[in-house]
Design a protein around this ligand. Structure first.
Ligand SMILES: Nc1ncnc2c1ncn2[C@@H]1O[C@H](COP(=O)(O)OP(=O)(O)OP(=O)(O)O)[C@@H](O)[C@H]1O
Ligand SMILES: [Mg+2]
Length: 261
């Protein structure tokens, strides 16, 4: 494999894919793991919203339509240093993901690409899956979400795309939740991360700093850090967040552009 392409997928919506994708990217970048994050959810793009970047003029849709080159769509996020191809917020129906694979294979600079997928079992999701060489299936510990997860795992297997494992998110450890063994046996797939319900997550989204950087010691951050370590096979550094204000962020941005950080 010349690069690792990790798809963050789920059957059911709202289980935490975008949160996990953004935080994995934050941790990869903090560890000098050359990563690009792509928002493949063209209907409800949220990576840009999590990171507070919405002034971008281009999005993935323009790349897929061949209007611009992938490099021209990359935005550098000042606070984290993540390089991201956002999806454009303007509603465009039926953006085909058929070209995604070609777009990615032409990108040489990155040794890891993280894709945030839309929910569901659509043809679009299948096309996204086919561009990946590793899938992370996200679920919450309840029957509807796990049932959906089994379907998306089947779809991955039909397409012979390796599933790295299940991430169970928003665990409250309540009696009514499915047990981890039940989830593993229903999905016939190994759980590679257990992420607790953590009020730091919605808070971090509101302040637009990924929780891995905003609250690196919080329970959710520690769990996502272990997942990142597993996925890239090396120890992950803790991202440093200095609340430096707008000017400080600008300075950091300039330093990064100049390669001084
Ligand atoms: N571990 C967690 N603890 C608390 N809240 C969480 C956690 N993970 C995610 N959330 C909340 O769940 C909501 C949905 O998360 P997110 O947008 O990441 O899900 P998604 O799977 O990408 O959704 P969609 O399918 O719509 O793209 C967010 O508002 C977020 O604050
Ligand atoms: Mg999402």
């Amino acid at each position: 494999l010349d690069k690792q392409i990790i798809g963050i997928i789920s059957g059911k919506g709202g289980v935490g894919k975008s949160t996990i994708a953004v935080n994995l990217a934050t941790l990869f970048v903090a560890s000098d793991y050359n990563n690009l994050l792509i928002d493949c959810d063209t209907s409800n793009p949220s990576v840009g919203l999590h990171l507070g970047i919405w002034q971008h003029s281009y999005g993935l849709q323009d790349v897929l339509l061949g209007k611009i080159k992938p490099d021209e769509a990359i935005v550098l996020h000042p606070a984290t240093g993540i390089r991201v191809i956002p999806s454009s917020l303007s509603y465009e129906r039926d953006t085909s993901m058929k070209n995604l694979s070609k777009v990615l294979s032409n990108m040489k600079t990155y040794n890891c690409i993280t894709l945030d997928a839309p929910p569901g079992l659509s043809e679009e999701v299948e096309d996204i899956m086919k561009t990946c060489n590793e899938l992370v299936v996200v679920t919450t510990p309840d029957v509807p979400s796990v049932t959906s997860a089994t379907k998306i795992i089947d779809l991955a297997e039909t397409n012979r795309i390796p599933v790295a494992g299940l991430v169970v998110n928003r665990i409250l450890n309540r009696k009514y939740e499915l047990h981890m063994q039940e989830i593993e046996s229903l999905c016939n797939t190994r759980i590679i991360a257990k992420i607790p319900e953590d009020s730091g997550v919605p808070e971090s989204i509101a302040v637009k700093v990924p929780i891995a950087m905003y609250r690196p010691k919080s329970p959710a951050s520690l769990a996502i850090n272990r997942l990142a370590t597993d996925l890239c096979g090396k120890r992950i550094a803790q991202p440093q967040y200095a609340n430096v204000g707008v000017f400080g962020q600008f300075i950091n941005f300039v330093k990064r552009v100049l390669g001084r950080v």
